[in-house]
Design a protein around this ligand. Sequence first.
Ligand code: FAD
Length: 460
Amino acid sequence: MKQVAAVIEILKEILHGQVVSDPDVLESYARDETIDLACRPDCVVRAHSSQDVATVLKICNQNNVPVTPRGAGTGVTGGAVPVAGGVVLSMERLNRILEIDARNLIAVVEPGAITADIQKAAHQHHLLYPPDPASLETCSIGGNVAENAGGPRAVKYGITAHYVTGLEFVLADGSIITSGGKYVKNATGYNICGILTGSEGTLAVITKIYLRLVPAPACSIDLLLPFVDLPAAVAAVSALLQHGIIPATIEFMEQDAIRFVAAYLGQGMPCADAGAHLLLQVEGSSQQACHETLEAIASACGVEGENVFVAQTSLQQERLWKGRRSIREALREESPVLLAEDCVVPRGEIAEFLANLKVYLRGRALRSVMFGHAGDGNVHIDVLKDSMPDDQWKVMLPELKREIYRQAISHGGTITGEHGIGCIRREYLSMAKSPEEIELYRRIKQAFDPRGTLNPGKAF
Ligand SMILES: Cc1cc2nc3c(=O)[nH]c(=O)nc-3n(C[C@H](O)[C@H](O)[C@H](O)COP(=O)(O)OP(=O)(O)OC[C@H]3O[C@@H](n4cnc5c(N)ncnc54)[C@H](O)[C@@H]3O)c2cc1C
């Protein structure tokens, strides 16, 4: 067994120019987007191929050196933070879009490819890769698969897991395996792609991804509907779904979310006086079809047509979505430290869940902003630290998280809908999962990575 320093020297000899141990560079791999969490690795390896990944894993595994896979570092639960030190295995250079196969409606990509670039490449063939996390301009597809990322379009199109038809991956011992491929049905053996999707870098390193594409809609329009308050907005979502109207997105935002975003971006937002908003994208075969759906939506939601803001230009469309995607940054401008939770509950429970939480938070003089994916029940609950002293905040956090999770579970939901467990929710996993299920996770981990080399300290 060699010391970490000796292992780094061996890696440097084999992978010329790909191994970095400069402390300044290592510092930028010490964190992802998780607030208040950092840990410097001993070195970073920037893989160029599956073989590089296999080499690193084999050597580290033999010498008990931890390896933390890293995509673009936009995760918000500490998944890519090397809490046990060792090697960060970065996918940033393994980033090619290998093929958009329009005949088979499949994209073949490397894990470091940026999600928005895959969408643009598919679009050139009039195809759509639907999953659209708000971070899509910066996150990588490998990170999306590892976290089973979702986004606004989940209400109509589903999440990352629904689009993965095949994976090439490397086990901790260096073996390279491909499961699935360009075909969209597969009843041959265990669903290994399903196990790896959402495995948070703890089971294997994903080195190639086959993604299902769908035909791009001919037309779409974006609209913002104002409501007096959050319960009214959420009630409108149920009304829409009960009328059989499924827009591509149904996002909700409290008034404060719009207010903070307007201040952060230095631009006015439409309907800013409303107590809550729904941001919808409607798709159709023609502009006329979209406008007919729009009228049906206004009627189902009980909103006067003239109160609906319809984005008339691509600039207005972009402005609406930039606003939605900037909420997290805008809130951090308001309070640099905050608790960001992403619980999921059955859609019909959203209103009561959030109303109860508001009462609880107000009772503790805590400001909160709620927004998110009303169409699929995945709600973002951001609680602002504001000027609370650090020590008081840190003491209060565990109980606050526990209460939010307890309420989500009591409404038939669970503790995270898209951001994952990582290292910041590990101790709460047992609130949502039975001891038997967690034991099964341990046995799966043992089968993939018996020496515990991959991403120690994460998930469970
Ligand atoms: C502003 C903002 C908005 C966001 N919006 C959303 C959203 O709408 N929906 C959503 O789901 N998430 C969202 N996120 C969270 C984050 O962007 C996603 O979790 C994303 O999937 C992470 O991708 P990444 O490439 O940055 O992964 P990283 O942060 O680098 O890694 C995430 C995890 O994946 C593992 N991993 C990465 N690559 C591989 C690989 N090739 N093989 C095995 N494991 C790997 C890492 O070990 C880690 O555990 C948001 C984050 C920010 C900052």
